[in-house]
Design a protein. Structure first.
Length: 315
């Protein structure tokens, strides 16, 4: 049976029954379930083989809905939400009891965002509960940016995948916390941290705590292809590499080699982030032993791309 569909009413019916539905967002596809139903949420962890110490993001239709699930809304987070939602930024709040502990892995904080995709916004507005949704990939593997990617790996686990086309951003949301009078960046993502400059707050980057893996996509090895992968700062002489069993993922340089994919020939980071995960999947499916990937400039969205490449290449 083809599980890819654009039928929102069908998605509402499945989710109301506690089943799993793949949903499109502007960042990556999510594997969604009723966030208020612990049994439905448990199915997400099971389907992804995700360790229960890794908490989920709760998706709501608009900023107004946040107060149903959190004890208070710090003013700086309200300002950020109002500026960037719907959009690729997730915010941490102190949770109310209505959010099951399984969603937050026992943490007192819950991660919330309003995704910017018309189908999913329509879906969220039609439901009377929010959606817990991690990226719709087996734990640790490359995130999905098309409905087909979800079906490729989780066909038996989902009741359907709502098809919203390819994701416009292509990397996960930026995760922020307000703590100690500062904005803490817990994960680089689709919102460039440069865009926070207008808030005049001190910004602290806290994305590399491998000792505390309750934190976001922070596991050193994540987003990984099955093939071995090596990350380099720059690939200058790609045509001189003799070994035919290497696939290349470069920033702007191109070649005739069919096993060489270019993130953006014009050097556009938005295009590079759209291509990132689907190109990694393509390379992973090729008959090669090794993927050599090149970093992109470490500015704006480039930080999120480099973060994903670094974790994908980690052993
Ligand atoms: O763009 C996105 O954020 C996508 C789409 C589907 O919305 N979702 C996504 O979910 O990337 P996931 O589960 O792959 O990554 C969510 C990250 C996890 O690494 C988790 O550790 C972190 O968010 N997280 C969730 N709740 C948290 C909390 N209370 N404190 C710290 N980190 C949290
Ligand atoms: Mg993920």
């Amino acid at each position: 049976m083809n599980k890819i569909s654009t039928d929102i009413q069908q998605a509402v019916a499945f989710l109301t029954e506690g089943r799993l539905v793949g949903i499109p967002t502007e960042t990556v596809y999510g594997l969604a379930a009723n966030a208020l139903d612990p049994l439905a949420v448990a199915r997400i962890f099971e389907a992804k083989r995700r360790p229960t110490f890794d908490p989920l993001i709760v998706h709501v239709p608009d900023f107004k809905a946040v107060s149903l699930y959190v004890k208070n809304i710090p003013a700086p987070l309200e300002a950020i939400a109002k500026a960037f939602w719907p959009g690729p930024v997730t915010l941490l709040f102190e949770k109310k009891d209505i959010i099951p502990d399984l969603v937050t892995s026992g943490l007192e904080t819950v991660a919330i965002r309003v995704p910017n995709h018309p189908l999913t916004l329509e879906l969220l507005a039609a439901l009377d509960f929010p959606l817990a949704a991690p990226s719709a990939n087996p734990f640790g593997y490359i995130s999905p940016t098309t409905a087909q990617h979800v079906v490729d790996q989780l066909e038996n686990e989902v009741s359907m995948v709502l098809d919203g086309g390819p994701c416009s951003i292509g990397v996960e949301s930026t995760i922020l916390q307000w703590s100690g009078g500062k904005i803490k960046v817990l994960r680089w993502g689709g919102l460039s941290v440069d865009d926070l400059a207008a808030f005049n707050a001190q910004i602290e980057v806290n994305t590399h705590s491998t000792s505390n893996p309750t934190a976001p996509g922070m596991l050193t090895s994540h987003y990984s292809p099955r093939k071995k992968m090596k990350l380099v700062s720059s690939i200058s002489q790609i045509n001189e590499v003799e070994n035919q069993r290497i696939g290349f993922l470069t920033w702007t340089s191109k070649s005739e080699n069919p096993m060489h994919l270019t993130l953006s020939e014009t050097g556009n980071v938005a295009e590079a982030s759209q291509n990132l995960f689907s190109f990694l999947r393509k390379l992973d499916a090729m008959d090669i032993d090794l993927i050599i990937a090149e970093k992109v400039p470490d500015i704006g969205l480039g930080k999120a791309i480099n973060d994903r490449l670094t974790r994908a290449a980690a052993e």
